[in-house]
Ligand binder design. Structure first.
Ligand code: AMP
Length: 303
């Protein structure tokens, strides 16, 4: 069992889907990631919030066992994101992004954090991702990165620099196409690999997830659900299951990656069943095991 360090956003999200809406609910890439990964291994969270961040949210993460000593409270307002989904829940439309305290944030790693063997650079300014990577005292066994259109457009150069140094990238299909300037997903995955990461995971929402590693492809569908309320955080929750499983096993071979993709899909399938982190906060480790077994049945075929 190995530890996991994540840097990314901790946010207050206002989200509207055809099935309801929430105002300033707990969100953020590092929030979903760490909560999800905590079902598998010890997670250390590196991020910042403003003075307006509700104490109850901190408690939620701490109660789950997430190490929040690296979650700094800075002067100012918490990061805010406003998004909307139409009936096609696969794509979020960003209505507003307020970086607030993240505009000035410079993460400082303590001695222990700098030696964490598994590192996830969750969706945030690529300059911050690079800053964290540079501060690692020992090269982690595995470094994975997530990003989004906001940074692909706004900070492409910095993103290319950090991409050159990571092992795994997780992006959704739109982002993969945008990053590679290539409409075909298989070619896009190959083009992204050529930028640095040996392993590319393309998250395809309700169409599942594609793993491309050293020329080999593996694909899993999304778990079939009858009620999906809010896809926000699905990608980060997926990454939490994926990295959490690998760190827990302390294995990064192709077979472990395949199982990790399924654990990622299992965790994401819970997140979308309610708004914000609501479904995850009702989740039991037994639910995870049961859905993994159901998932296994779903995709198993006789040779
Ligand atoms: P996803 O897993 O892709 O649905 O990620 C959703 C989360 O990403 C939300 O909780 C947002 O707070 C967060 N987010 C949205 N835009 C950004 C951004 N530009 N940088 C960092 N985090 C973001």
């Amino acid at each position: 069992m190995a530890d996991l360090l994540v840097v990314g956003s901790v946010a207050l999200d206002s989200v509207e889907t055809p099935f309801g809406k929430v105002q300033e609910a707990l969100g953020g890439s590092a929030t979903y990631f760490s909560y999800s990964a905590s079902f598998f291994t010890a997670v250390h969270l590196l991020a910042t919030v403003g003075e307006d961040f509700p104490e109850a949210h901190l408690k939620l993460l701490a109660d789950r066992g997430v190490d929040i000593r690296g979650l700094q409270t800075s002067k100012g307002r918490t990061f805010r994101w406003t998004g909307q989904y139409s009936y096609d829940l696969n794509e979020a439309k960003t209505l507003d992004t307020q970086l607030n305290v993240f505009a000035e944030f410079r993460p400082v790693l303590n001695e222990g954090m700098g030696r964490t063997p598994y590192l996830f650079l969750a969706n945030i300014d690529p300059e911050l991702q690079l800053d964290v990577l540079r501060q690692m005292k020992a090269r982690p066994k595995l470094v994975a990165l997530d990003t989004m259109n906001f940074w692909i457009q706004g900070k492409r150069e910095a993103l290319r620099r950090v991409l050159a140094e990571v092992d795994v990238v997780t992006v959704n299909d739109g982002e993969a196409r945008q990053l590679a300037s290539e409409p075909n997903l298989i070619r896009a995955a190959r083009a992204i690999s050529a930028m640095g990461p040996k392993t590319v995971v393309v998250k395809r929402g309700e169409y599942g997830a594609l793993l491309s590693t050293e020329g080999q492809l593996f694909f899993v569908p999304a778990f079939p659900l009858e009620s999906v309320y809010d896809p926000t955080g699905a990608g980060d929750t997926f990454a939490g299951g994926f990295m959490g499983y690998l760190a827990a096993q302390d294995r990064i071979d192709a077979a472990a990656m395949r199982r990790a993709i399924v654990y990622g899909s299992v965790m994401a399938s819970f997140t979308v069943e309610d708004f914000s982190l609501k479904r995850l906060t009702r989740l039991d480790p037994d639910d995870v095991a049961a859905r993994y077994a159901a998932f296994h049945d779903l995709i198993r075929v006789e040779p």
